[in-house]
Design a protein around this ligand. Structure first.
Ligand SMILES: [Zn+2]
Length: 500
């Protein structure tokens, strides 16, 4: 082990410790902080952001990386701890140093103003108020892509998406999404003309504290370790891992949407189990971090959809909701209610099948925006046209249409596909798990989630960032990423449920 490598890892761990302190402050801001704390909290976060950025772009890191890269002992085996850490730290350093600081500042300033105009435009259902700011954000994002650069067979979108899902390219996303879109459209169209299953679970009113104690019990039963984490309530649920020994998840409740809260809790629990499954020995280095947004999302979707919306899960859980909450619905009715397919305008309320069509609309548009094939002014028309074509719905106004998501107002282009990639990875990985751990349904029916969690800990979580996502997928499942498993899952579940 060379001293350059030791110095590189020591400084990386320190920067990472600063970042985890920022995460604690961010968690506190969203869960516990009184309104009067806003000003001092933003001072604290701004100072820590400045310190971490200075440390991450320090030329000394570049010198250390160059020395480490020249040392064959460290890099000969590409999957050794040192080679994987050096590769990932190089990537992070290059991305952090490629953007000139005046561009970073202009981005931050413009995004803050654009978000403000986006909020106003959404409240007034008036896209024209946001359009000039969207145009500015598109221009800035294209400039950012230019600073990062792309290969001759790539495109500007790729340079931005790299920040969210390493190695993912628009061309590959398209080759997975197009067949998925065609078959999902056909599925959704067939289901909409079939008889609707029971919706009896959608108007059960329950007090919040009873819901909280129940979802906490389920979170623990499926594998979240409360001696190394906690759960709180927020407006928008999230998961924040400071260390495998301290992982915070949040959820939300409304009086009459208990099953939505349970699904949201299982989703965040999936993120949390991943964070708790990272190895403490690697904490603060790329090997101790989740590999990508798409893989992270595969973990949340697996527990939310492949466990929490399964027939077997409800065989186990129905007596619990009956006993603890007095819910009288049968396991069949709950299973049906959790799996209703209902094409609508709003992504965050979408069901498991139509959700992916919402993402495809956004991916197609942002790819065209980044290529210069589309301008801000075209967005509402192109958005609404696709919603009609893919989901069969007429978007009534832009607040329920292209103004519904915060992402583009904050300059996040290239992010959306990670949600659907999460679903696709989850399906493909879950098929392999079914082959590997025996009768999954029998396990779920008796409330035994240990084999599933154990498989994920052993094969996925403990690797952190050792492999890039596409490589991890092939290692886990023996196949490149494809939408086939997700389609088998959705068609195999939904067609019988709808009597088709
Ligand atoms: Zn998530």
């Amino acid at each position: 082990m060379t001293s350059a490598y030791e110095e590189l890892i020591a400084t990386t761990k320190e920067t990472s410790t600063l970042r985890s302190a920022m995460s604690v402050l961010g968690w506190d801001q969203r869960t516990k902080m009184p309104p009067g704390g806003v000003e001092q909290r933003s001072n604290q976060l701004a100072l820590l952001a400045k310190l971490t950025h200075e440390r991450a772009t320090d030329p000394r890191i570049g010198e250390l990386l160059a020395q480490c890269e020249a040392d064959k002992d460290l890099t000969a085996d590409p999957h050794s701890d040192s080679a994987a850490n050096i590769r990932e730290l190089r990537r992070a350093y290059d991305r952090a140093t490629k953007l000139p600081s005046d561009h970073v500042e202009e981005n931050a300033r413009t995004h803050a103003i654009a978000e403000h105009h986006w909020e106003e435009a959404r409240a007034k259902k008036d896209f024209s108020l946001f359009e000039p700011w969207l145009e500015k954000n598109i221009g800035l994002a294209r400039t950012t892509a230019g600073f990062y650069g792309w290969e001759s067979d790539e495109e500007p979108w790729d340079a931005l998406a790299e920040g969210y899902e390493r190695g993912m390219r628009a061309r590959q996303v398209d080759s997975v999404f197009v067949p998925l879109r065609d078959r999902l459209q056909a599925l959704v169209s067939d289901l909409s003309s079939a008889r609707k299953p029971s919706t009896s679970i959608h108007d059960i009113t329950l007090p919040t504290d009873a819901q909280m104690s129940f979802v906490t019990k389920i979170s623990e039963a499926i594998g979240f370790d409360f001696s190394r984490g906690r759960i709180d309530t927020t407006v928008h649920p999230f998961c924040s891992g400071f260390h495998p020994g301290d992982v915070r998840i949040t959820t939300r409740f409304s009086d009459n949407k208990f099953f939505d809260s349970l699904a949201a809790t299982m989703h965040e629990t999936g993120h949390g189990i991943y964070e708790q499954g990272l190895l403490p020995a690697y904490n603060g280095t790329p090997l101790g971090r989740a590999v990508s947004l798409g893989i992270h999302e595969s973990q949340s979707r697996m527990w939310e959809n492949f466990v929490g919306r399964s027939r077997a899960f409800w065989t186990w859980c129905q007596p619990l909701v009956a006993n603890d909450l007095g819910i009288t619905a049968s396991a069949d009715d709950i299973y049906a209610g959790m799996n209703l397919v209902d094409p609508s305008f709003i992504r965050v309320e979408a069901d498991e099948a139509t959700y992916n069509l919402h993402i495809m609309v956004r991916f197609e548009l942002e790819r065209a925006l980044m290529n210069g094939d589309l301008g801000a002014a075209d967005v509402p028309h192109e958005w609404n046209r696709r919603y009609k074509e893919y989901l069969g719905v007429d978007v009534p106004d832009d607040a329920l249409g292209c103004l519904q998501d915060v992402h583009w107002s904050g300059g996040s282009f290239g992010y959306f596909p990670t949600y659907t990639l999460g679903n696709i990875y989850a399906a493909q990985i879950f098929e392999k798990i079914r082959e590997d751990i025996g009768d999954v349904d029998a396990q779920f029916e008796r409330g035994d989630f240990g084999p599933l969690k154990g498989w994920l800990n052993e094969n996925l979580h403990r690797h952190g960032g050792r492999y890039i996502p596409s490589e991890l997928c092939e290692r886990l499942t023996g196949k490149p990423l494809s939408a086939d498993a997700l389609l088998r899952h959705l068609e195999g579940k939904l067609r019988p449920l709808y009597g088709l």
